[in-house]
Design a protein around this ligand. Structure first.
Ligand code: 1CP
Length: 352
């Protein structure tokens, strides 16, 4: 069978260097949530778009807000502007963003609710996201990589089951304990549709993929294996079957010591490290694994800026000098971040 097509890889992407084993004392840099509310130009486009979902499904505007932080800071990568919850939305669960309340979904709480999800109906919405990717492929500077993404099945499921963001993700954890088979069916639907969704992003021009597992850290080890490691491994295998050379970064936030197990079992090419990962582990323990590490400045230090930020940045740079490393935060930029602190960070990392 012919391999699915994708645009020819760009020759000069610094983000890809560490994946090829090419290292430097000036690592590539991008930041999680680098597009968003801390930028006045984002708030302007967001207001013009209407709702948040209208922005995500408008390829011209979604591409525009993806480009904004690249124009300002010249990051080595852009991340597609979308959201992990577009997947349950495309499956037909019904998603809305109420002002000041975050995401709201009609909860799916048992196996019998799964009939509400329609994997075969996702095409039109996934196609809009792929169109954003295709536009970005045209409009990004040739040295800027494009990162496509999805939420990992576990993290997406926590929102689908709870119907909203929560602190303890108890609804999903209860279902997973009480009805393993039923919950597995939900995870299976998410694995399959995520492979399809990420594959469409690569086909449209994404250079690298990231799988966000923001709530991996609430699970005990055996549950983490079942609901985080196994599904991620299946997604990685599914993508690699068609696109073996597209690097995949996993971000199992809060996994702690289990991150080593996650890396060796899932086959991810990159590990997104959260703020709690000690840099010496990033610089030593993981360098014995065939994996690039990414992280992990505390986003709150980016709000504070100044010497406090510089000191920690220097510490990370020193420990990671010459290692397979991508500079990033340990979690997403927060809305109160002063844009000038981001400029200062990029200068510091680039040594300019
Ligand atoms: O404009 C607005 O007011 C909406 C805020 C917003 C933005 C800018 C949301 C709602 N999503 C996004 C974009 C987004 N989300 C991106 C692309 C932009 C970029 O990174 O530059 C990405 C990669 C995400 C991923 C995402 N969405 C995650 C995983 C990463 C993480 O931060 O942990 C999660 C958990 C979500 C869910 C979500 N979407 C939005 C909110 C407020 C939330 C969190 C809800 C909660 O748990 O309370």
């Amino acid at each position: 069978m012919a391999k699915p097509s994708r645009p020819a890889p760009k020759p000069s992407l610094r983000l890809l260097d560490p994946f090829k084993g090419v290292t430097s004392s000036t690592p590539p840099i991008w930041l999680m949530r680098q597009a968003g509310r801390y930028l006045p130009e984002y708030r302007e486009v967001r207001a013009k778009a209407g709702g948040f979902l209208d922005l995500c499904y408008n390829p011209a505007l979604a591409a525009e807000v993806t480009l904004q932080p690249i124009r300002r800071y010249g990051f080595d990568a852009a991340i597609l502007f979308a959201d992990i919850l577009l997947v349950p939305d495309a499956l037909g669960q019904g998603l809305r963003f109420a002002e000041g309340e975050g995401p709201l979904l009609d909860p799916i709480t048992s196996a019998s609710d799964l009939s509400r999800l329609q994997p075969s109906a996702t095409r039109p919405k996934y196609a809009l996201v792929a169109e954003t990717v295709a536009r970005l492929r045209q409009d990004l500077p040739k040295e800027t990589a494009l990162i496509g993404f999805c939420g990992a099945p576990w993290t997406v499921a926590t929102y689908m089951v709870e119907g909203r963001g929560s602190k303890d993700h108890a609804a999903a954890r209860f279902w997973a304990y009480r009805d393993r088979e039923g919950f597995q069916k939900l995870i299976d639907i998410l694995v399959e549709t995520s492979i399809d969704y990420l594959g469409q992003q690569v086909k449209a021009g994404a250079d690298v993929l990231q799988i966000f597992d923001t709530w991996a850290g609430v699970l005990p080890d055996d549950e983490l294996d079942r609901w985080v490691v196994e599904p991620t491994k299946r997604i990685v295998e599914g993508i690699k079957a068609s696109y073996p050379d597209v690097p995949i970064i996993g971000f199992p936030r809060g996994a702690g010591a289990a991150a080593l197990w996650y890396v060796s079992e899932t086959g991810v090419d990159g590990l997104g490290c959260d703020t709690t990962m000690p840099p010496y582990m990033m610089g030593e323990t993981f360098q014995d694994e065939p994996v690039v590490v990414q992280g992990n400045l505390d986003p709150l230090l980016l709000v504070v800026g100044g010497d406090a930020m510089d000191e920690r940045v220097d510490e990370i740079l020193e420990l990671m000098d010459g290692k397979r490393f991508i500079f990033n935060l340990g979690h997403g930029i927060v809305p109160q971040t002063p844009p000038e602190n981001v400029a200062r960070l990029v200068e510091r990392v680039r040594g300019s």
